[in-house]
Design a protein around this ligand. Structure first.
Ligand code: ATP
Length: 369
């Protein structure tokens, strides 16, 4: 087991910076997700930690040992990727045994270890089958098993379950989470799926454009995003972010107004002027009649989602999403003018130019939310 420490890690491809000056420490036994849009540098970061790609500059320590330029086999990391190639001419048992064979383990030790891992992953029943006829979930378990047999200090997983169907993915999420806790290995997991990250991670590292924007527990990333990008990336449907002007306690844009609590503005020393306002879709009241301090908007689309309705309004040409529990908004129909009021205790303010969070929801205590 090991702590992972990365200092000013940088990787360019020609003129292009894929990962720029990344620094973070992941504690021994922690389960950390690297989350971000396609091309943000997640895989490049993982490959450098694995030793499959050399950094342009920076330092990587695993368990206090400088491994920056060591070959993968001297790092004792286990890896599993989205498309794992199983050896199809070998049985499941032989696939699991192979990494141990090449490390010179005795036949008895290999047998013991392979059976132990197969049991953990519930694939004992297919151990002596070939790999061709395995289901997607079984094949992925064998790939994970090949990582587990090696007793690595650190596990690196790059979208290992993203190509499975939704039901199997949900099942594997729970299984991987359980396995990681049981084994207690430091695990770095790359994903672009925020729900996966929210439900499995101890902490989430949100990346964009080769930079680390925030590294924090899931609920903190959700409640206290470091900037507008993180706020928009985490949450489904995503946070509404509007360009507004603060004047006399009112946050205003064309066709829009919201009242911010004056104590909150003073506490965060928010000066009047242009800024970005964030409102999560679940933090908006709706009514057929005007709401004091609210505004009116035309309902463009209504999507019933079982327990909730997702509504899309037109706000000066921009979509504005509102999510409400079924029963509170069932009578509205597309084309209706609906009165809306953001909950004043759940507003976020971001710097107009940099997107940095200036102030966040006044009441982030969930018992009061
Ligand atoms: P995805 O979720 O799509 O895998 P990612 O966040 O993992 O994305 P990376 O694979 O790390 O992104 O790639 C980061 C950037 O570096 C991308 O713009 C990619 O095109 C670029 N890149 C990665 N490898 C190379 C390479 N060998 N040569 C040139 N550019 C590369």
């Amino acid at each position: 087991m090991a702590e992972v420490r990365v200092e000013r890690l940088h990787r360019s491809f020609g003129q292009f910076t894929a990962v720029g000056d990344l620094s973070f420490t992941i504690a021994d036994g922690e389960f950390v997700f690297f989350l971000g849009p396609s091309g943000c540098g997640k895989t490049t970061t993982l490959r450098m930690i694995a030793g499959l790609l050399m950094p342009t500059s920076g330092r990587i320590e695993l368990g206090g040992r400088n491994v920056t330029f060591l070959k993968p086999r001297y790092r004792n990391v286990g890896m599993v990727f989205q498309s794992n190639v199983l050896y199809h001419h070998l049985s499941v048992y032989e696939n699991l045994a192979y990494p141990l064979k090449v490390r010179g383990w005795s036949a008895a030790d290999i047998r013991r270890k392979v059976h132990e891992v197969a049991e953990l992953l519930q694939i004992t029943g297919v151990l002596h089958r070939g790999t061709e006829g395995l289901s997607g979930g079984q094949a992925q378990r064998v790939a994970i098993g090949r990582m587990l047999v090696r007793d690595a200090d650190v596990f690196l997983m790059d979208e290992p379950i993203s190509h499975l169907d939704a039901k199997l993915r949900a099942h594997m999420r729970a299984e991987l989470r359980h396995l990681q806790k049981e084994l207690g290995r430091t695990t770095l997991f790359v994903s672009h799926d925020q729900l996966e990250a929210m439900s499995m991670a101890d902490r989430i590292a949100v990346m964009n454009g080769g930079e680390l924007l925030q590294l924090a527990p899931p609920q903190e990333v959700f409640d206290r995003p470091a900037n507008a990008f993180v706020a928009g990336f985490v949450g489904e449907p995503q946070m509404n972010i509007l360009e507004v002007t603060l004047d006399d306690g009112q946050l205003q844009a064309a066709g829009f107004t919201a009242t911010a609590p004056s104590g909150w503005l003073a506490q965060h020393r928010i000066a009047p002027g242009p800024m970005r306002l964030g409102i999560r879709p679940e933090h908006v009241e709706t009514a057929p009649a005007p709401l004091p301090g609210g505004f009116a908007a035309r309902l463009e689309a209504m999507e019933p989602m079982g327990a909730e309705n997702l509504m899309t309004f037109d706000l000066g040409g921009q979509p504005f999403k509102v999510r409400q529990t079924t029963g509170q908004s069932d009578d509205f129909a597309p084309g209706d003018t609906v009165h809306l009021r953001p909950r004043p205790d759940h507003l976020y303010l971001f710097d107009l130019a940099s997107g940095r969070t200036l102030a966040q929801a006044a009441f982030t205590d969930r018992s009061r939310a």
